[in-house]
Design a protein around this ligand. Structure first.
Ligand SMILES: Cc1cc2nc3c(=O)[nH]c(=O)nc-3n(C[C@H](O)[C@H](O)[C@H](O)COP(=O)(O)O)c2cc1C
Length: 295
């Protein structure tokens, strides 16, 4: 049995900006899920090295994520059309201009969406599958909760729907299936995989987090981001309440994910979802996959 994406399990490891590199991606794909490479801040040369590293480590399908607001889209998209990968996931925009070219090259296109309206648009464009991502998720988020969104998306579109946001174990997978999803996309739980290249301090902060540990910054900037509450988020909310300009708010946040990745828990944006409270420790990616889909 394989999914429409060619994987043994209906599990997508959600793209993790600047984080989901070849080691995590190949470990997830080897374990039966779909590993997804980040392209954030990556040159085509670095991306091609990562793709080669994944291919050397596994013959299983994997994906490349296109966050459509990224400045490097003009180089990455033609590269992926010329050098096709099994799956591309798209987020934060429409793949309208290049979806047909990717599919003609043999690539399946999976659209990550925050609402029924966008899901319907992606279905009309010919997407192969949909990820319905609720606002419980870590990172950039929409406004709807997973529970409400997934059910309405599965009722609205005639495509395989993967549920994302707040899922870290087999109980979450069952809940997603009950709402009509064929499978799940998981981000936060994979942040603490042994193969994930972030600082030990960032992983420890996710393990220490409880159910109410996250906040959402960026509302004033039209770019909501869920992350762990820390001195940076306190400073951000203080500045927002004081009417600080958008430029100065951006300046506070610029480069802050990179700082978190490097282990700066005070000045970094520790992107993580509400399910962080369920995460009890670091583990190999294959163990995390097995908690979601016990063999
Ligand atoms: C640190 C971090 C970075 C993320 N970066 C991206 C990204 O670059 N592109 C994307 O489509 N989604 C991104 N996401 C969202 C995940 O792919 C996934 O949909 C989400 O984490 C699922 O919810 P969960 O965190 O509750 O598991 C990110 C999430 C986190 C936690």
């Amino acid at each position: 049995m394989t999914t429409t994406l060619g994987t043994r399990l209906p599990l997508i490891q959600g793209a993790l900006a600047g984080i989901s590199k070849a080691s995590l991606v190949s470990a997830v794909s080897r374990a039966g899920g779909l590993g997804v490479l980040t392209t954030a801040n990556r040159s085509v040369e670095r991306l091609s090295e990562s793709i080669a590293a994944v291919r050397a480590a596994t013959d299983q399908p994997f994906a490349v994520n296109l966050m459509l607001q990224q400045p490097n889209m003009a180089e990455v998209v033609p590269y992926l059309i010329a050098h096709p990968v099994p799956v591309v996931t798209t987020s934060a925009g429409t793949p309208k201009r290049f979806i047909a070219a990717l599919q003609a090259a043999g690539t399946k296109v999976v659209a990550v969406i925050p609402s029924v309206k966008v899901a319907e648009k992606m279905a009309a464009l010919g997407a192969d599958a949909i990820v319905a991502e609720g606002m419980e998720s870590g990172g950039h988020i929409g406004t709807e909760t997973t529970f409400s969104l997934v059910r309405q998306v599965t009722a609205a579109v005639n495509l395989p729907v993967y549920a994302a946001g707040g899922i870290a174990d087999a109980a979450g997978v069952k809940a997603a299936e009950a709402l009509g999803a064929v499978g799940v996309q998981v981000g936060t739980a994979f942040m603490v995989a042994h193969e994930t290249s972030i600082s030990a301090a960032y992983k420890a902060a996710i393990v220490a987090a409880n159910d109410t540990a996250t906040v959402v910054t960026g509302h004033a900037l039209g770019d909501a981001v869920r992350c762990l509450k820390n001195p940076l988020t306190d400073a951000y909310f203080k500045a927002e309440a004081a009417g600080t300009s958008a430029d100065d708010l951006h300046a506070l946040l610029d480069g802050s994910l990179e700082r978190a990745i490097a282990g700066d828990l005070e000045h970094g944006t520790l992107m993580a979802g509400q399910i962080a409270g369920m995460i009890q420790g670091t583990a190999p990616a294959a163990t995390i996959v097995n908690r979601l889909y016990p063999q």
